[in-house]
Design a binder for this molecule. Structure first.
Ligand code: ZN
Length: 237
């Protein structure tokens, strides 16, 4: 993966990109690993496949290489962050287990009516950043449009899951292209937002029928959008 260097433009709006987006949200790590320190480090997976040891949650290693403008990174995407934070809080609860269904109308009762779309757009922002910095050929303009208009991204599917308590390895795992088995053509991208106990499998593809086992029961804001199924993921790493 080529590092992102030089002057960057914000891939969402085209303004100069000056601020680094967090890969894994600090608040997510803080809630699950409040005591990260030199004595109790956390092992962070990086989008390029490397692993780094972090000894505190202010580490720059938590930020992605892809840069956004301050407006897109903060103001524009604030409701998206809030929607994810709200669902993340619910997913973290020990009584929420694989096989359960979370109703967004309940989980998001304190948020506005666009919260389910905002939830998807949180992962649209990260997907665009990862695709940009990894040179992964997906339609980033589609993600940018969805973020700018506050409308659902048609091609972005999310699978929320729990995995067994394991070693404290977190981060962005396996950001890579997915290919059509028959033609070997690139038809999308897949990655994991891995918090250890809680994870989100993100799939971007205009051809969900090619990945029916992943996309059919994935969550998308549309259809049965009120129900978030909690999938059972084994230890990822
Ligand atoms: Zn921007």
């Amino acid at each position: 993966v080529a590092p992102v260097t030089g002057d960057q433009v914000c891939w969402i709006c085209g303004d100069p990109g000056t601020t680094g987006e967090h890969g894994v949200k600090r608040s997510d790590l803080k809630a699950l690993y409040p005591d990260v320190s030199q004595q109790t480090p956390l092992y962070l997976h990086l989008p390029d496949g490397g692993i780094t040891r972090i000894q505190g949650l202010n580490s720059d290693a938590l930020k992605l290489a892809s840069k956004l403008c301050p407006t897109c990174n903060n103001t524009r995407t604030q409701p998206h962050d809030r929607a994810w934070e709200t669902l993340a809080q619910r997913l973290r609860q020990p009584e929420v287990r694989a096989g359960h269904v979370i109703r967004l109308s309940e989980a998001f009762s304190a948020l506005g009516p666009n919260a389910p779309v905002d939830l998807q757009l949180y992962f649209a922002k990260l997907t665009g950043c990862l695709a940009q910095e990894g040179g992964i050929p997906i339609d980033i303009a589609e993600l940018a449009d969805a973020i700018k208009t506050g409308r659902p991204c048609p091609d972005l599917y999310l699978r929320f899951g729990k995995s067994p308590p394991d070693k404290e390895v977190v981060g962005i795992v396996g950001a890579e292209v997915i290919r059509d088995d028959a033609t070997r053509k690139v038809v999308g991208m897949s990655w994991y937002y891995n918090l250890g106990l809680v994870l989100v499998h993100v799939i971007h593809t205009p051809s969900p029928h090619l990945f029916a086992s992943l996309c059919v029961d994935a969550w998308h804001p549309g259809g049965a959008a009120d129900e978030v199924f909690v999938h059972d993921y084994g230890p990822l790493l």
